[in-house]
Design a protein around this ligand. Structure first.
Ligand code: GLC
Length: 317
């Protein structure tokens, strides 16, 4: 199917008053990294991220425990202040921030029960950031682990709320069950709205990327290397499925999470990171590595030191 590209006027911002279509927004979004620990970051960290060659940060937020406890689910001022700071520091350093509502555990446990809170929070966030530059993007939900029919209803509800105050903001919407590629076919998007980037995650083979860490289901697997025979081809064919879907539906793609933990041997971890990054770049996807400083981390926040070999694997490709 072919669609004409509608253009998106960027709201006034220091860096761009251009008019970009959503594929150009995605190109500008470029290379990025998830920053799950904004409370522990200062402006220097954002500068280091920019100087290293990243163009975006994905900011996973967990607001469900950050309301004042009233029936309107009013967000605490302290929560918004901390998020404002992260967003502003990103913009000040010419990095595009993605505000990612990262409450997948609670939403998975009770999607309908938590829906009023989910929507009330989006209404507040959308209103709060409505005058921010077009470089600030919203991601409706991380890893919606629920049946496609339920997720399609939920993201459509949130979409309608967000569009009331943010008619021109680029949104990210992803697929069910860990943002998996195989569920792209089940994603129902508002056909006429071309200002949407579709987001997927990739951790395959999960027995490799999530091996040998206590919190993972694969804690008993240790020492597995990559690639075993055929595993590079598997990444290529998975990514081709996504690319074909993107082309057919005329939607740009973002790889919002990928990576392997510290428990993976360095050689395999570098090789995997480099390979997945290269595959995403070759297809023109934007991406955000999971993540800056925790179990998949590549920087020590305390010293501001990168683990150079993992950084190179991301940036050199
Ligand atoms: C998940 C989540 C993230 C988690 C990571 C590693 O898909 O989005 O919160 O820490 O991937 O398993």
């Amino acid at each position: 199917m072919l669609f004409s590209l509608s253009t998106i006027s960027c709201q006034e911002s220091g860096s761009s008053a251009e008019t970009l279509n959503v594929f150009e927004v995605n190109a500008k979004l470029g290379k990025g990294i998830n920053i799950p620990s904004i409370q522990n970051m200062n402006n220097d960290h954002y500068k280091l991220i920019k100087d290293a060659g990243f163009d975006n940060v994905r900011i996973p937020i967990k607001p469900f425990n950050e309301t004042i406890g009233d029936e309107d689910f009013t967000l605490k001022e302290s929560f918004l202040e901390s998020l404002d700071l992260a967003v502003q520091r990103s913009l000040d350093n010419d990095i595009m921030p993605i505000i990612d509502l990262h409450e997948h555990h609670a939403m998975q446990a009770d999607p309908i029960g938590n829906l009023p809170m989910f929507l009330a929070i989006w209404e507040q966030l959308a209103d709060h950031y409505k005058d921010y530059p077009a470089e600030v993007l919203f991601e409706i939900a991380n890893e919606p682990n629920m049946q496609p029919s339920i997720w399609n209803q939920i993201h459509s509800n949130a979409y309608n709320i967000i569009r009331k105050t943010n008619p021109n903001r680029t949104l990210l919407i992803g697929t069910v069950y860990g943002n998996q590629i195989e569920f792209l076919k089940d994603l129902a998007l508002p056909e006429e709205d071309r200002n949407i980037i579709v987001t997927i995650h990739y951790y395959e083979p999960i027995q490799f990327t999530h091996q040998c860490v206590s919190w993972s289901s694969y804690s008993d697997i240790c020492g597995r290397s990559w690639p075993a025979a055929g595993e590079e081809e598997d990444v290529i064919s998975d990514f081709n499925v996504a690319q074909e879907w993107g082309t057919e539906n005329n939607r740009p793609l973002h790889l919002g999470e990928f990576g392997a933990t510290y428990a993976v041997g360095a050689e395999s971890r570098i090789r995997y990171t480099r390979f997945v990054t290269k595959q995403a770049n070759e297809r023109g996807w934007s991406w955000s590595y999971w993540e800056l400083n925790q179990d998949f981390g590549i920087m020590s926040l305390g010293s501001g030191q990168w683990n150079q070999q993992y950084l190179d694997a991301l940036i050199e490709e």
